[in-house]
Design a protein around this ligand. Structure first.
Ligand SMILES: Nc1ncnc2c1ncn2[C@@H]1O[C@H](COP(=O)(O)OP(=O)(O)OP(=O)(O)O)[C@@H](O)[C@H]1O
Ligand SMILES: [Mg+2]
Length: 278
């Protein structure tokens, strides 16, 4: 590839080189070199405070790196209009949820996603927007909530609505920060199954999802990153990353991970490397 020329691999949605995010004299993230392509579905795992949310806030064009080069869809963060980028990225996070007014109606919240991202609100939505919103709310199992207000929703109900909202704009990149946190078992399994379907859909956006539980990784996810103290412990194809050794390193205790069918299960064991212990 030629140096300094703007044509780039259009399938390369996230392209981070030596990205560092510093606050208070401390590297909260980095250096991180990481690439995400259109057909990839990533899960990011790591202890509390590892820097996962900080990392994906840069991927969502919500923060700039302190150093290094961060390209999102070919655009370098800091040299482009962040709002343009954000309109192509769907985000679900509790931080975003906290900014939603209690009185907002769920249907409006989902329909307005595209307009809100661009910083303009519109009273008269298109008929197509209504249909699309209805379809997505149905897919995430939240159609029955359409007429409710945000302030009346439970934690798990909010998560579903946030995912619907993130998908409303038909994003190129879907970023989910702990989308299943606070969900009951049935709700979690519903969302995990839906994300699994999305993962297998060749027309679906690239997905980057943070979770604390390997049990919540939907089938069809292709890649994983383990993060600890801002640094990458392992990244790459999911099966090569989610090993006893890597999880033990990331969590500083002996972890055993098992794969049953398409799903992963992890727990602490007495000694590391006890692959066959049960
Ligand atoms: N603006 C800030 N100034 C100083 N420290 C910060 C700032 N924002 C985040 N941090 C710290 O950076 C670290 C990484 O935070 P981050 O939210 O990215 O972690 P995380 O991996 O998402 O954790 P969790 O699993 O708890 O959500 C934490 O130690 C946090 O306290
Ligand atoms: Mg976080």
């Amino acid at each position: 590839m030629m140096e300094g020329v703007t044509d780039y691999n259009e399938d390369l949605l996230i392209d981070f080189t030596d990205v560092i995010f510093t606050r208070g004299g401390r590297n909260l993230v980095g250096p991180v070199t990481w690439q995400v392509e259109l057909d990839e579905r990533w899960v990011i795992i790591g202890p509390n405070g590892a820097g996962k949310t900080t990392l994906i806030r840069m991927a969502a064009a919500e923060e700039f790196p302190s150093s290094g080069q961060a390209r999102i869809m070919g655009e370098q963060l800091g040299r482009t209009d962040m709002r343009d980028l954000r309109s192509m990225i769907g985000v679900s996070s509790s931080a975003l949820g906290n900014r939603i007014p209690d009185k907002e109606k769920v249907a409006d919240l989902v329909i307005s996603a595209g307009y809100a991202i661009l910083g303009r609100w519109r009273e008269d939505y298109e008929e197509m927007d209504f249909e699309h919103a209805t379809e997505i709310l149905e897919q995430v199992g939240a159609m029955h909530l359409a007429d409710r207000t945000w302030g009346t929703l439970s934690e798990g109900e909010r998560k579903r609505v946030m995912v619907a909202r993130a998908l409303m704009t038909n994003p190129e990149l879907l970023i989910l920060d702990e989308p299943t946190a606070g969900m009951d078992l049935g709700g979690r399994e519903d969302l995990v199954a839906y994300l699994g379907e999305l993962a297998m859909d060749p027309d679906a956006p690239a997905i980057v999802m943070i979770t604390h539980h390997v049990e919540e990784i939907p089938s069809g996810f292709t890649h994983a990153m383990l993060l600890d103290e801002g640094e990458i412990v392992a990244q790459g194809l999911i099966d090569s990353v989610l090993t006893n050794e890597n999880l033990t390193r990331a969590f500083h205790q002996p972890i055993q991970v098992d794969r049953i069918g398409e799903r992963y299960f992890a727990r602490r064991v007495r000694t590391a490397n006890s692959h066959r212990q049960s």
